[in-house]
Write a protein that binds this ligand. Structure first.
Ligand SMILES: Cc1cc2nc3c(=O)[nH]c(=O)nc-3n(C[C@H](O)[C@H](O)[C@H](O)COP(=O)(O)O)c2cc1C
Length: 210
């Protein structure tokens, strides 16, 4: 597939077919993670490919209450129709156990360099050693015709997830990525801000291109 098409059509897939993902395809997709940059080239990211039906159901059961809290906080009134994006994400949440592969993204705490941790604001740099690997996986999956969705709600119940999957104490969880064959064709046009809004020139707000 052409590179631009891959990056421009990798949206969050919400509806998955239950068909298994062949091991060789899954291995190719996961292999893409290894090539991502990490701070100091520490390469502390780890992926668990959860295919066991009982564990997938447990992950679903852990995820759904977090999702319901999120929807409630987002202002959806009980009984009122949900916006389409939320409807689709709601379907994904309730059917997570039927997605053939649930990737749990982890990282060794000791390998994360948070060079912004002393600042009086949210620290984000540690995630920079994790999410490029995740994005590589999303793109590699797309190139194989597989859908994915980067999700992070499950991190709120990290202790339960770690216990379920025997994740060591010095390892954190950073994302849950469902992976499988999409029900619908890939999106042709993702809703994204134009380049002029997200890239500036020599000063903030100054156009990068005239
Ligand atoms: C850091 C991050 C966390 C996210 N967490 C969740 C999540 O917990 N659950 C979920 O359904 N989607 C989650 N998403 C998916 C976003 O909702 C999705 O990327 C966004 O709506 C754009 O969707 P699109 O690519 O289909 O346009 C997350 C995305 C990011 C980047």
């Amino acid at each position: 597939m052409e590179f631009r098409e891959v990056i421009e059509t990798t949206g969050a897939c919400r509806l998955y077919r239950p068909d298994a993902v062949p091991d060789d395809v899954l291995a190719r997709v996961l292999d893409a993670a290894r090539w991502a940059p990490t701070g100091g080239n520490r390469q502390g990211v780890r992926f668990l490919a959860v295919r066991d039906p009982v564990k997938r159901k447990t992950l679903r059961d852990l995820y759904v209450p977090l999702w319901e809290q999120y929807v409630a906080r987002a202002g959806a009134r009980p009984g009122a129709p949900l916006p389409k994006l939320i409807q689709d994400a709601d379907h994904m949440a309730r059917h997570l156990d039927q997605v053939p592969v649930l990737l749990v993204v982890c990282a060794h705490l000791g390998d994360l360099l948070a060079t912004d941790r002393h600042l009086d604001r949210l620290s984000v740099v540690a995630g920079g050693s994790i999410y490029p690997a995740v994005q590589n996986v999303l793109l590699a999956a797309r190139a194989e015709g597989l859908g994915t969705a980067l999700t992070t709600l499950l991190c709120a119940v990290e202790p339960q997830v770690k216990e379920l999957l025997a994740i060591p104490a010095d390892v954190l969880t950073a994302a849950l990525v469902p992976l499988g064959h999409p029900v619908h064709p890939f999106p042709r046009k993702l809703a994204r801000r134009p380049l002029s809004e997200v890239c500036f020139g020599d000063s903030w707000g100054e156009p990068a291109f005239r």
